[in-house]
Design a protein around this ligand. Structure first.
Ligand code: SF4
Ligand code: SF4
Length: 361
C-alpha cells in the first residue's frame, strides 16, 4: 500500500491510457448526475487524488453487499475504483487471515488515523452485551467504536448497516441496530439496498475522491443523486399505471403485456433507489423488467412493512378518477397523479400491514 501514490500515477503504472481514463471520468460524471462539462474537472481531481486507505468491517450480514460489489463486471468501472482506493482490510476479500488480518486492520488504523474511510456492512447487535456477533473475540460494537475514532467518514453499505435491515426485523432477537444509531460524531452516508447497486457504492467513493467530501444526502442519509427519486418516478411501466392497466397475476395477459405490477405488490411508489435508471448487472436490467415488483429493499423496516405481494393500500380506483378529473379541468394527468403520489406516499407507507407467513404462501 502506498498512500502517497496518486490515482494518476497508479493508472499510468498499469498502462491505462488517457483515453480510457477520460471515458471512465465521463461514466463517473453520469453516475454522479453531473453535467458532461464537468468531465475534465473530474479527470484533473482524480488524477491528483491520493489513494485513501479503506477499512471495511462486516458485522451481522449475509455477504450479499460484498457479492453485489464483486460480481459487477461490465463496464470495468468497479475494477478501476479498486485501483483508486487502498482496501487495507476486508474479511471476505483479503488474503490474510487470523492474527495477520487483524494486524493489517490495526496497522491501517494507526498509520492513517484521521484520514481513512470506514465502510461497514451488516447491523450491530447490542443485546446481551453484543455477544451475538464477534470477530477475533471482540464484539461488533467494540470494533465499530474503535475504527470510527480515526475515520474521516463512514459509509454504511446495505440496508443492515444503514437501517438495521433483516437482523433488525421483528422480533429483532439480537437487538440489531444501524451504524448511525451508535456513531454520532462522524459524517455517515447510507447506501441502502438489499443489496445496494454496486455502481452506487463506487459512485459514492468516486465522489469522495473527486470532491474530498460526501455527496449531498437526503433526510435518511442517502446520496440524493441515487436516492432522490422513487423507482415509480422512473419506471418504464409507469404509462400503464397512469392508464390504470395492471397485471392481476404473474401469468395473466396483463403480465404478458408488461403492464404495471402495482396490484401484485410493487413497492416502487414508496421506494427511493436508482434501480430503474442505473440498473443491475452492468445495466442489463432491474427486477421490474424481469416481471417482479419492487420489494422496497432500500427503505427502513422493509421486512416489517407488509407483504411483498400485497398491493400498497392505495386504491387504484383513485388513479383512474384523478386522471379523469385532470382531463376534465385540462390539467396533465401525469402531473395530477404525481401530486396524488406525493401526498399519499407517506400515509401509504405508514399504513402498510405487518408481514405474516400466510402472505408469502
Ligand atoms: S407500481 Fe411498480 S411496476 Fe407500476 S409503474 Fe410503479 S414502479 Fe413500475
Ligand atoms: S427494485 Fe426495489 S426491491 Fe429490487 S433492488 Fe431495487 S429497490 Fe430493491
Amino acid at each position: 500500500m502506498n498512500e502517497r501514490e496518486t490515482l494518476g500515477e497508479r493508472l499510468a503504472q498499469q498502462g491505462i491510457s488517457r483515453r480510457a481514463f477520460l471515458k471512465f471520468c465521463a461514466a463517473m460524471a453520469t453516475m454522479m448526475a453531473l453535467p458532461p462539462g464537468s468531465v475534465s474537472a473530474i479527470a484533473a481531481a482524480l488524477a491528483s487524488a491520493k489513494r485513501p486507505s479503506v477499512i471495511w468491517l462486516s458485522f451481522q450480514e449475509c455477504t450479499g453487499c460484498t457479492e453485489s460489489l464483486t460480481r459487477s463486471h461490465s463496464p470495468t468501472l468497479e475494477s478501476l475504483i479498486f485501483d483508486m482506493i487502498s482496501l487495507d482490510y476486508h474479511h471476505t476479500l483479503q488474503a490474510a487471515s487470523g492474527h495477520g488480518a487483524e494486524k493489517s486492520r490495526e496497522d491501517a488504523m494507526r498509520e492513517f488515523f484521521g484520514s481513512y474511510l470506514l465502510l461497514v456492512d451488516g447491523s450491530i447487535p447490542l443485546k446481551d452485551g453484543g455477544i451475538y456477533s464477534t470477530i477475533a473475540g471482540r464484539t461488533n460494537l467494540d470494533l465499530l467504536e474503535e475504527a470510527a475514532k480515526g475515520a474521516a467518514a463512514i459509509v454504511a453499505v446495505g440496508s443492515c448497516a444503514a437501517f438495521g435491515g433483516l437482523p433488525n426485523a421483528q422480533p429483532n432477537p439480537t437487538g440489531a441496530v444501524a451504524v448511525s444509531d451508535i456513531i454520532r460524531d462522524k459524517p455517515i452516508v447510507n447506501i441502502s439496498g438489499c443489496p445496494p447497486i454496486p455502481a452506487v457504492i463506487t459512485g459514492v467513493l468516486a465522489h469522495y475522491l473527486t470532491f474530498g467530501e460526501l455527496p449531498v444526502l437526503d433526510d435518511l442519509g442517502r446520496p440524493k443523486a441515487f436516492y432522490g427519486e422513487t423507482i415509480h418516478d422512473r419506471c418504464y411501466r409507469r404509462p400503464f399505471y397512469e392508464q390504470g392497466k395492471f397485471a392481476k397475476t404473474f401469468d395473466d395477459e396483463g403480465a404478458r403485456n408488461g403492464w404495471c405490477l402495482y396490484e401484485l405488490g410493487c413497492k416502487g411508489p414508496t421506494t427511493h433507489n436508482a434501480c430503474a435508471t442505473t440498473k443491475w448487472n452492468g445495466g442489463a436490467g432491474f427486477p421490474i423488467e424481469a416481471g417482479h415488483g419492487c420489494l422496497g429493499c432500500s427503505e427502513p423496516k422493509f421486512w416489517d412493512a407488509g407483504s411483498f405481494y400485497a398491493p400498497l393500500p392505495s386504491p387504484t380506483a383513485d388513479v383512474a378518477s384523478v386522471a379523469q378529473a385532470a382531463a376534465v379541468v385540462g390539467a396533465g394527468a401525469a402531473v395530477a397523479l404525481s401530486a396524488l403520489d406525493r401526498n399519499k406516499r407517506k400515509r401509504v407507507q405508514q399504513a402498510r400491514e405487518k408481514l405474516t407467513v400466510k402472505d408469502l404462501t
